[in-house]
Write a protein that binds this ligand. Structure first.
Ligand SMILES: Nc1ncnc2c1ncn2[C@@H]1O[C@H](COP(=O)(O)OP(=O)(O)OP(=O)(O)O)[C@@H](O)[C@H]1O
Ligand SMILES: Nc1ncnc2c1ncn2[C@@H]1O[C@H](COP(=O)(O)OP(=O)(O)OP(=O)(O)O)[C@@H](O)[C@H]1O
Ligand SMILES: [Mg+2]
Ligand SMILES: [Mg+2]
Lengths: 168, 158, 158, 168
């Protein structure tokens, strides 16, 4: 499985349509304090299915929708899309595709939530199924938020066992 | 699945020691089962002893030693079974220059099987990236992202 | 003591805004009383709005913005009444280069009334110190401390 | 009030007698990860009277005593001394000194605790009295531990009021 690109629209400080390509190898994300770097990681965890706003540094889910700036009005919805390739054959067949698949999550300030796979509506469970057995997910060990690197060594023995089981 | 867990545990245990020696130089490290007689439910614990120090509980480790220990386990798991993607947000912040070098060395070694995304302010970490994105707010409150070079970043910092 | 608290509050409030503009450039900042009608027991709350952004709760601030906000209050209190001594352990770790410059600028400005001790890995922070101590473990597990120069530190990092 | 020097003996990784001078102005403390920098701050908070081992990153008070290394045996006690000058006149008179005063704290692995001011035994309360009205103390806002810079903005409104009152 490969991550090809991430699409953001109205998610936190990314009010305009923004696309981020993920080339192979190592990508560095740099920029001043408060410019929006960690918001990109929040977008990835959200599109993976994170349901708890606090895990995304918000008080409630509305906090992920762009809430305005000096010159801009608040947005009405937040949308994040993630395009993947080299996916598992069985998964590719299910969605009638040979290579790329795009998972999309949308949240409206009015409260509606929508999930899509290749522009076809689906449930959150369908998105989670794509990542089964890959060790990936909103709270997977391979995503480490800012200031939380100690979460691994502060983990309980049961949690550490769980991390090992994910790699079995 | 008990057999499977036992095999995985023994394999990761070996890799944990291997990565520990790359990141810490010498010293001792071990992954232990809390209840070895009961493979089905036993938990896992980390024991480490930085070079030349006595074994002690993890709370006495320094900020940098804790971060490096966390990376040791993460990278050992990746050696066991690479995940397609890894996203690290300023995990290099507590590390001194020598440990940043070792950390990026491991990332480089693992990057043929795993895509790494590293958020960082550290110029040594930026220098090993295959591509660099700069996030900015040219308009207040509105984030944009564009591809940049190392020279552009060095100039912006001045 | 109610009168005294009211005077102190109003004075620190002004200094908080003053320091906020030095550390953040523009934007809005305010210290507010949770219960202004009851000076004897009212709590105090911080409201900040980085330049050009909307007012939001503190949780949405970035790592660096949080650290800088904390320093804003600390330095405003020092302007109100300098304490003899201040000890900061790697508070510059989450800051980008530009904010490290502003942070050390404030430290310099306050250092005629307060002795500062800064534990840091950041070479820009080291460069403003009047004296530098290097802590090392020449013998494993045993800490020693000796006075060093900036050149010695730069050489050791390589 | 001025901090002149700190003396450590058997405190955490400082097993040998160590003296640190604190000149005026700004002092930087640098060094590799794990070399003992934060242990110096723990020593200052301990000599100010910190009674909770967890605040000093230990499980219990024994953890502040040097517990051995490859070549050294564990120490039997920990001792930290802090020399101050330009102290309040009333305090100076009480301890029969014109300028310098040294506060010392000792902890033996057997459990005994001792406090001294200028080599005369005293109680912890006597040490705390020296810092009355200076805004200094083991948990004062002007000592910020590693990774805890958020303690100021995560403080409750009552705690923030307390910080302000200390400067009244
Ligand atoms: N819903 C939202 N609408 C608009 N802006 C938001 C929203 N949520 C967060 N932000 C903005 O995003 C900024 C924080 O972004 P982020 O945490 O990604 O910064 P960062 O680049 O990681 O900085 P640092 O280097 O300090 O960690 C905040 O200043 C906040 O104003
Ligand atoms: N009671 C003790 N006896 C011996 N050594 C101890 C004791 N308590 C702590 N240590 C040692 O002190 C080290 C940590 O020191 P400290 O936290 O001061 O490091 P540091 O210089 O701040 O590093 P960093 O830059 O990573 O924050 C640990 O490795 C531990 O072995
Ligand atoms: Mg961030
Ligand atoms: Mg430290």
């Amino acid at each position: 499985m490969k991550f090809n690109k991430l699409y953001l629209h109205g998610f936190k400080s990314f009010v305009d349509k923004t696309t981020v390509d993920f080339p192979d190898g190592i990508t560095a994300i740099v920029g001043p304090n408060g410019s929006g770097k960690s918001n990109i990681m929040d977008a990835v965890r959200w599109v993976f299915g994170e349901q708890n706003a606090k895990e995304l540094r918000g008080a409630d889910m509305e906090d992920i929708v762009f809430n305005g700036s000096q010159k801009r009005k608040p947005a009405g919805f937040a949308e994040v899309g993630l395009t993947l390739s080299d996916i598992d054959e069985a998964v590719a067949a299910k969605y009638g595709t040979f290579s790329e698949i795009t998972i999309t999550r949308k949240f409206y300030k009015t409260g509606e939530r929508e999930y899509y796979i290749n522009n076809r509506k689906c449930r959150l469970k369908d998105i989670k199924d794509i990542f089964m057995d890959t060790g990936l997910g909103a709270r997977s060990i391979s995503i480490i938020e800012q200031g939380k690197v100690d979460k691994i060594i502060n983990a309980s023995p049961e949690e550490l066992r769980f991390f090992l089981e994910e790699t079995a | 699945t008990v057999r499977m867990f036992e095999e995985t545990f023994n394999s990761v245990k070996g890799k944990f020691v291997e990565v520990f020696h790359i990141l810490f130089g010498n010293g001792e490290a071990e992954l232990k089962l809390t209840d070895p007689d009961n493979m089905l439910t036993s938990g896992v614990e980390i024991y480490i002893q930085p070079p030349g120090k006595k074994l002690q509980h993890m709370g006495l480790l320094s900020g940098g030693e804790k971060a490096l220990t966390a990376m040791t386990l993460l990278f050992a798991l990746f050696l066991q079974k690479p995940t397609p993607f890894c996203f690290l947000d300023e995990v290099d912040a507590p590390l001194d220059d020598a440990n940043v070098e070792r950390y990026v060395g491991m990332v480089k070694a693992l990057s043929d099987k795993t895509q790494f995304i590293l958020i960082t302010h550290n110029h040594n970490t930026m220098s090993i990236a295959d591509s660099i994105y700069g996030v900015a707010m040219q308009e207040y409150g509105v984030s944009t992202i564009l591809s940049v070079t190392l020279e552009q970043v060095a100039r912006a910092g001045r």
